[in-house]
Design a protein around this ligand. Structure first.
Ligand code: IPE
Ligand code: IPE
Ligand code: MG
Length: 237
């Protein structure tokens, strides 16, 4: 019998990196690179829609990115709010359901309001689920997961002996999503930068030298094509 054709990833996660370098190469302010990154986001949402990918998680702002100069952080927050406000009708039109993971209460109040409004207004869409990782750090997520598990334990809802990989996964921000099948990082950096450390255990990685603002549909298709050639063994033979 012929082997089943390698499938399309159900869940793609992307570390959107290189905005600053993109701007610098053009003699522009870093924020111009972040602004330009919105086009790459749109391209990826469209490409995932066409491929019938179910989940797309985008690393938009890390828990460590708060360490950047105040001006850049402020500009990024303003950009996020503007992006959500302007793009929600388009997400609606494309049947995209927006969700977010991370320490969302760290975001400025107006940003949180807009985020919740966009999430609420797209909640009934049943196409692609677009997950934004905001003020997200994987180590924090694991610590938050441990606290959540301890609350259940102390409340007598679970027994110590019941704790296993599957149960712990249900205490992470990502509890509603399958683990990513494919991780893409732009700008050539070979590191995870505290992104989804638990969930990426058996994810296929694809790194491209392209900077995020230059990333387009063809680039996502190329990553998926390479993914389809990979053999996933999960420790087996
Ligand atoms: C990624 O681009 C966007 C965020 C981290 C918010 P960078 O801003 O990290 O761009 P580089 O890595 O400095 O080029
Ligand atoms: C990772 O990029 C975070 C996001 C893309 C949001 P960084 O640019 O912050 O990562 P490092 O500092 O190069 O590891
Ligand atoms: Mg970077």
């Amino acid at each position: 019998m012929p082997a089943a054709p390698p499938s399309i990833p159900r869940h793609i996660a992307i570390i959107m990196d290189g905005n600053g370098r993109w701007a610098k190469a053009r003699g522009l302010a870093r924020i111009k690179g972040h602004e330009e990154g919105a086009n790459a986001v749109r391209a990826c949402v469209e490409a995932c829609g066409e491929l019938k990918v179910e989940f797309l998680t985008l690393y938009a702002f890390s828990a460590e990115n708060w360490r950047r100069p105040k001006g850049e952080v402020f500009a990024l927050m303003r950009l996020l709010e503007k992006f959500l406000k302007e793009k929600t009708p388009e997400l609606q039109e494309k049947n995209v359901r927006l969700q977010a993971i991370g320490r969302l209460t760290d975001l400025p109040a107006s940003c949180q309001r807009q985020l919740h409004e966009s999430i609420e207004s797209t909640a009934r869409n049943d196409g692609l689920t677009l997950v934004l990782a905001l003020s997200y750090g994987a180590r924090l997520e694991i610590i938050d997961g441990i606290h959540s598990l301890l609350r259940e334990l102390e409340g007598g809802h679970i027994d110590k002996a019941m704790i296993d990989v599957k149960m712990f996964s249900k205490h992470l921000y990502t509890r509603y999503y399958p683990d990513p099948d494919l991780l893409i990082r732009t700008s050539g950096e070979m590191r995870l930068s505290n992104f989804l450390l638990w969930q990426l255990s058996y994810t296929e990685m694809y790194v491209t030298p392209k900077l995020w603002p230059d990333f387009r549909k063809e680039d996502l298709f190329a990553a998926v094509e390479e993914f389809r050639q990979r053999q996933r063994r999960y420790g087996g033979v």
